[in-house]
Each structure stands twice: as C-alpha cells, then as structure tokens.
Design a protein around this ligand. Sequence first.
Ligand code: NAD
Length: 387
Amino acid sequence: MSKLNWGMVGGGAGSQIGPAHRLGAGLDGAFAFAAGALDHVPDAGRAYAQSLGVAPDRAYGDWREMLEGERVRDDRVDLVTVATPNATHYEITKAFLEAGFHVLCEKPMTMTVEEGEEIVRIASATGRICAVNYGYTGYSLVRHMRAMVARGDLGRVRLVVAEFAHGHHANAADADNPRVRWRYDPAQAGVSAQFADCGIHALHMASFVTCQEVASLSADFASCVESRTLEDDAMVNFRMEGGAVGRLWTSSVAIGRQHGLTLQVFGEAGGLRWTQEQPNQLYWTPLGGRVQTIERGEAGLSPEADRASRVTIGHAEGMPLAFANIYADLAEVIRAAKEGRVPDPAADLYPRAEDGLRSMAAVHGAVASAGRQGAWVDARPPMFRAP
Ligand code: NAD
C-alpha cells in the first residue's frame, strides 16, 4: 500500500509539539513527511524541513507558499497538520480546507465561537476532514473507558471529574519571562489563558469518555500570580446533555504537579480512574467490589482499545503513541475515502471541528460566567442549540 503524503505548518526547530506530531505521523508508516512550512522565519523553516528529509522544492518558507505549491501537484499532501501559535489556526486551517486539503489542527481550533462555526461549515461544505488534536483521546485505555461507558458497565453516568493542573507557571518572579508572559496577555492569548490552553483538553476528555456534550457551566477564574490579567487557575462546574454532573479543575500554579491530566467517571454501577502520567493502567471499581487494575494490552479489552495499543503488555506506551492513534484514525478514514469503502468504525474516534467549536463555546461561556460571579451559562455553540 502506498503511503499518504503528509505536510506540516509550524512545529519548527525547538517547538514544543512539533516532534510529537512527527513521531505520531511516522509511527505506522502510513504517512510520508512530504512537505512543510515549519517556522515563522522562512529560511529557518526551509532548512529545518530539509534536515528532516523533506525535498527542497517542498520545504516552503511560509504556509501560503506551501498552499500554492501543493495545490497544483498530482502528489499533493493528503493531510496538513497545523501546529502554529493559537491565533493563526483559523486563517491557516480555513485556507487549506477551502483548497480541498484535509486538516489536523492543533487546539484551540479558533479564537472565537464565530470562527469555530465557520470552520465547521467549511469542513461540511467541502467534505474535507477537519480534525482537532485532542491527542490524549488517543490513549488505548481512554478509548477503553469510553467503550466501558458505552456498553453500560458503569450504568448511568452520574459524575465526571476532570483535572488538568500543573505547576510550571507558579514562579511569580518568572512571570515577566517573555515565554510565559504572552500566555496571560489578552492581546496575544485571547479571552482565556489556562482554561483555553489546558482546561479544554480535560473538558473534551469528559465528553469523549461519557459520550455526552457539555450543556451549561459555571466558572470561577483566579489570577493567583497577581501581575497576570488572565486566569492561571479555574474551577468549572458543568452539566452534560445526558444528565451527568461535571467538575473540572485546571491550574498552572499547582507546584509539584507535572502534566496533571486525570479523569474520573462515576456511574450507578461503578467508577473509573485514569491518570495521563501513568496511562497504561486504568482503575475500575464495580459497586460493592474491590479496585481492579486494567492493564493496557491485556486480553479481553474493547476493539477500540486493542486498535490503539502497539506494544506488549508491561512495556509503557506514552503520548507520541496516543498522537499516533489520531493519525492512524485519519489514515484509515482518508484511505477508505480514496478506495470507496467504509472505514473501520473503531477509527471513527478522532476529535473533529465540532469538538473544537464546542471547546470555544465553553471557553467564552466560562469567561462570561467568571465575570458574573459564576452565573450558570449555556455552554453550547449557537449552531447546536435547539431553535
Ligand atoms: P511553539 O512556540 O513551541 O512552536 C511554534 C512553532 O510554530 C515554531 O516553530 C514557530 O516558528 C512556528 N510558527 C509560528 N508561526 C508560524 C507561521 N505563521 N507559519 C509557520 N510556522 C510558524 O508552540 P507549541 O507549544 O509547539 O504550540 C503550538 C500549538 O500546539 C499551539 O496551538 C498549542 O496550543 C498546541 N499544543 C497542543 C498540545 C496538545 O497536547 N494537543 C500540546 C502543546 C501545544
């Protein structure tokens, strides 16, 4: 089977997330890294792409050059990953979708709800995939949690508790460091800092695992480092369309916490607990029973979990493999479309533009709520509200 061609915008030398995308896209051999506009400095981007094996005529100086260069090629890229700073996602994603490319956009997909609705409309009108990189949903045991909820192991879900709390911006003396400061500056970060950066991962994870969307929320935002305009800590209560109660804590001042993404789901018949820093174990407690450890790779897991598991039980899998599962889903769906067949249903789990839009509605809802002493607000995007 020939490889699909993959291209990347952003993710240049020294970037945080670029290497994880390249590892993820490359893992299964489904994608060839064929083109890129990797850096905001054109010559640096061209040189870095070539150092990674991209042919000189496809190592572009900027994304517009890449769009023009790729659209006329017979072997144009099948998928473009957008891994640039947040404020550029909308413009780049929109342009590539309109030119007929499938896109995997980093989160947050857009800065406003209106832009999010526009991306959903364009993806639908063009029939192109717009996936959003909530990459932590790619973990095998996260997919198993979803399967357990869907097949009724927990009974009705009563409560979901999500956290994404780290301590890497806790040093008040370092708050003026330019690498940190922009994140809390509304002119560069938008309306929200910590909730828009990390909280939306946890919120999306709650929806992904429970198969319920967020309906309403109440938020309390705090700037624990006093010089910050935007929040570095948030507590968000939410209600889900299927009736589950949600609690979410996100923070960047939680000293001692590293990545700090956890999810707990409590139903009438049992509870689940998963921590991203130990992603190969899932803890399940049936009502009236003992805690059981479910190991990634063990026999008898769901097909969704099996599909997302690569190495033998007992050998740790981590974040690049979770990203690889998003790429594997996309490769399957793109290939199936090319071959005119129905894709494997277990591959139909990648987060999409609708999820990116829901996150943006939640961000703007949380900002409005926090500004009104935690008043409850509708967290759904206008286009998904009943008339
Ligand atoms: P970064 O600042 O470390 O790197 C950004 C890269 O994009 C740099 O190489 C820069 O030169 C390049 N760039 C900037 N503007 C560009 C442009 N117009 N065209 C081409 N290249 C351009 O940022 P990062 O931490 O890697 O974050 C990038 C994106 O990934 C952000 O949106 C962030 O929210 C997201 N992110 C997602 C996750 C996740 O788990 N899904 C984790 C970290 C970051």
